[in-house]
Design a binder for this molecule. Sequence first.
Ligand code: G4P
Length: 547
Amino acid sequence: MSTTSTVPVTGRSRVSGATGRTAVPVVVAQARRRRSFAVISHPDAGKSTLTEALALHAHVLSRAGAVNGKDGRGGTVSDWMDIERERGISITSAALQFTYRDTVINLVDTPGHADFSEDTYRVLSAVDAAVMLVDAAKGLEVQTMKLFEVCKHRNIPIITVINKWDRPGREALDLMDEISERTGLQPAPLNWPVGIAGDFRGVLDMLTGEYLKFTRTDGGATVAPEAHLSAEAAEALEGEAWLRAVEESDLIVATGAGHDPEGFLAATSTPVMFGSAVLNFGVRFLLDTLVDLAPAPGARPDADGQLRGIDSPFSAFVFKIQAGMNVAHRDRLAFIRVCSGIFERGMVVTHAGTNRPFATKYAQHVMGRERTSLDIAFPGDVVGLVNANALRVGDTLYVDEPVTFPPIPSFSPEHFAVARAKDSSRYKQFRRGIEQLDHEGVVQVLRSDLRGDQAPVLAAVGPMQFEVAEHRMAGEFNSPISLDRLEYSLARRTDDEGRERLSGQRAVEVLTRSDGVLLAVFSDRWRLQSVQRDLPDIMLAPLVVSL
Ligand code: G4P
């Protein structure tokens, strides 16, 4: 198959609204039927539960519990590392792909803990939309706010799901006010709950005015049946609860908070829906919303700002590297997001960083622990490349027409520790391990002549990243390390002159990151301010986004 072959598209195209018979390239037709998104939330809002429920609806799983079955709900897919098991958190990500209404849904999982928000950020660079879960009782929490900010910064359209409506929680109107006041996004409800939080009966579909009545199933482990009722039937059945939903949704319509497709795509408005992931209520509605409203993959700007259209020759970038995902496969997997063209397993692509050819014989589709060979992929899809030792996070791969996508910005680290091999005779293993953790983005690795290569400084956004590094160094690279925490909490970008002039200053140090960037690290904000006062003309630039 080549990118120039065409397929006839008949009938009404859902995406373009075009009618008639048009021939479009295969790659364009395939991209149009793809939706790639991530579920994001403050921890415990129900991300893993919703992931299971989505897959369940798509009939990937016959019963919930196979994706990330916490607390014995079933086998696990993303809880493969010991730390994850011990802590009951998910650090590593799984990519699920399933077909729903003839649309290929790519759901890229994100880690649940705030310490790994840098990883979440990388995943967000690979998706076209995000589903933000909000706990109905807690409203917007710390991590919810940070994630809203990141999405806004990157123009990622967000669909907001008010989750756990089956439990007592806040008033629906109150939650809408909070979203609009605290995020600056206009909430545009697509459905409205019938029954207050804790008495979830169904939703009023704001588009059709119909009542979607949900039925509980045993433990939420199977798809929850839904009945579509007219407004009259709903009133007869639910009485006061229905009338209240009608009244409140009328109020919403009167304030002009209807769905705003342009605002959604520009990340200024967010469609909102109510649901209960644990009961599978509203999950089908969410899937329909993704298919109907979320954007299909489109042209992407390269590092020079030029758009690479989806019908250009194959291109992709690495957004995640994961090692040790499965004890049976102690290998290194690079996850790429296809941006243009068609990926075919076995094709030889060019690695933009080195201009070297890269063979893709072992391309895989990775769904948690399950791995299957992947033969073909289109824009929006995620491909796992096995033993991709030469690849780093952010690298571009292409064929024919060279392209380099912009690097994925790294976060400003807030935790620093010196790493040393516990057994100095294992220095080779130590060096290899540290280098690999750096390539994967598990931690940032900083060096200075003063400290030497034997004692690199590991920098992290969240301290749990250090635990992962320690664990992996001992278990995977056979080089246990000791970590001595440093009293720094802040980093700024500087240059050669800055390095020179900062040398000898108290509670300040300049280190070189592996990408060559010079980082000046400070004990705290006050120290930074006093340095800025004393040396006003040296470069001390904030690092991109800081969560
Ligand atoms: P996370 O990935 O965002 O961290 O959240 P996760 O899915 O693990 O859910 C956190 C807790 O919230 C779990 O309870 C889960 O069952 C519960 N939960 C998720 N969605 C809903 C919902 O719609 N309604 C209600 N009532 N609860 C929900 P847990 O006690 O930690 O674990 P479990 O023993 O219930 O599995």
